[in-house]
Design a binder for this molecule. Sequence first.
Ligand code: NAD
Length: 269
Amino acid sequence: MTDRFLEGRNALVTGSTSGIGLAIAQALATAGAKVAINGLGSAEQIESAIADVDAAGIGGTKHFGADLRHPDAIETMMTELATWSGGGIDILVNNAGIQHAVPLHQMPVAKWNDIIAINLSSAFHTMRAAMPAMAERGYGRVINVASVHGLVASKDKAPYVASKFGIVGLSKVAALEYAAQGSRDSGGITVNCICPGWVETPLIEPQIESRIGGGTRDDGVRALLSEKQPSLRMTLPAEIGALAVFLCRREAHNITGAAMPVDGGWTAQ
Ligand code: NAD
């Protein structure tokens, strides 16, 4: 039987119409949380994401369409979420992210601005809105989906790497500021980053395609993994979901300020 230890808890997962965010939303719903999803996509994609999260849990999933490039839209979403959740969310997962891989001097300024806004600044805006209510209740979880690129660099990813190193730093500051709130019994307030290597989602398809050459998609995947990820296995989104659920447990009250690689040994090299 599924352990529904998150019954009565409310969660927001940004960027959860696809990929890792959708898998985290499903995992939190399976553990009993009421989940708000966010992200872009067609009406069909959004309906399908709501249905997937509903099917995993108690239902009542709601989509918030805020475009995270815009602080005003985030503020409106957080105000509406406070009403939807009856006083503030318990679990905040900042997952939305985009990528654009070209050398620094070719990076369009607009891409730099969008990547910093979505991958980094949006987390500042959601955290500043959500964390005070967590402190009042003595329980809160902020899980920021960073990347191995929050721990090491790769070429051609200047704004992405800058945003991911930034969110690791932001998370450590918030972890310290909230470390003494709550108690072992209430679960405390923790702030952590998950730092995946390659995870099988639409985000990395362009990087697979650019390595296919004359071969198959499998050849592209093999080439991508062999460059950096010693396990030579991609992580599945649901496996990131399982780690996020573990971090929400009361027993995880002293895991805070961590940046956890899920990278098949990439950053051990
Ligand atoms: P994805 O492309 O499948 O999903 C990205 C999500 O972000 C989608 O729901 C999309 O709608 C949303 N989004 C994009 N722009 C937005 C905007 N302006 N406003 C609101 N939502 C927006 O990507 P993914 O692979 O699931 O990536 C999720 C997170 O994981 C990202 O932060 C990414 O950097 C990180 N990550 C992914 C990998 C990987 O290998 N896939 C590795 C390390 C880290």
